[in-house]
Design a protein around this ligand. Structure first.
Ligand code: ATP
Length: 239
């Protein structure tokens, strides 16, 4: 089995008195695309944010390359090679595309900047064309590309994506998923993808986990989960 990049063990996360995660265990190997699917409110975003240290896990542990990162500050986790593409993209609307990408590179050795910028522009030529345009004036799909590009500027080894397909037209969703596949297969970045669009996510992923009420309910290869009766009934029918 490939080396483990991310290991989540028994993670419990609370918002005040509300418990959102109840002892979550999962593993992502180096070079894998792993997806986490589940209904609204299942705790998917909470898990992604807990991996990034905000909110902190109250119980359990999170390890990156075998080193415990539970309780580290978010910038320290980013420095270790984890980047997050948050739900809703959260680009800086009044900054240009170029400036947004610069923001992603703040923790990185500046000598890499030009090379990394060209790599992002090669991946998303649309961003190169719109380099001076304000982020807020881009289409939803372009904003998602910018959010992914910004994350790549921090040279992640592990990229965490929270619902990148949300609110996008089917054709654009396909482009975004193709880009994610290229980032994994061509650039060797390990991917942990949170999605409500279970069909696309499971087709793309090597493996998947189904989260329900803050607990892992099922896991398997993308293919196994696509064929699973419970997954089909709960997350794929009509989708
Ligand atoms: P979605 O697809 O809607 O983003 P999700 O699976 O990502 O859903 P979370 O957003 O992680 O789910 O939410 C998990 C649970 O935690 C839900 O019950 C939600 O209401 C609760 N929750 C999330 N954020 C907060 C918060 N800031 N304060 C209190 N409760 C929260």
């Amino acid at each position: 089995m490939a080396e483990t990049m991310l290991e989540v063990r028994g993670v419990a996360t609370f918002y005040g008195a509300i418990q959102a995660l109840h002892g979550v265990d999962l593993r992502v190997a180096k070079g894998e695309i792993v997806t986490l699917i589940g209904a609204n409110g299942a705790g998917k975003s909470t898990l992604l944010m807990t991996i990034c240290g905000n909110p902190r896990a109250r119980d359990g542990s999170i390890a990156l390359d075998g080193e415990d990162i539970t309780g580290l500050a978010t910038h320290e986790i980013v420095r270790r090679g984890v980047a997050q593409v948050p739900e809703g993209r959260r680009i800086f609307p009044r900054m240009s595309v170029f400036e947004n990408l610069q923001m992603g590179a703040t923790l990185v050795d500046p000598t890499h900047f030009q090379h990394d910028l060209e790599r992002v522009f090669a991946m998303f030529p649309r961003l190169a064309e719109r380099r001076e345009q304000r982020g807020g004036t881009l289409s939803g799909g372009e904003q998602q590309m910018l959010a992914i590009g910004r994350a790549l500027m921090s040279r992640p080894r592990l990229l965490l994506l929270d619902e990148p397909s949300l609110g996008l037209a089917p054709l654009i969703v396909r482009q975004i998923f193709e880009a994610i596949a290229r980032i994994a297969r061509e650039e060797g970045v390990t991917i942990f993808l949170v999605e409500q669009n279970a069909f696309h996510a499971l087709r793309l992923a090597d493996r998947g986990y189904v989260l329900a009420n803050g607990r892992v309910r099922l896991s398997g290869t993308g293919r196994e989960l696509l064929a699973n009766a419970e997954v089909r009934a709960a997350y794929l029918e009509g989708g």
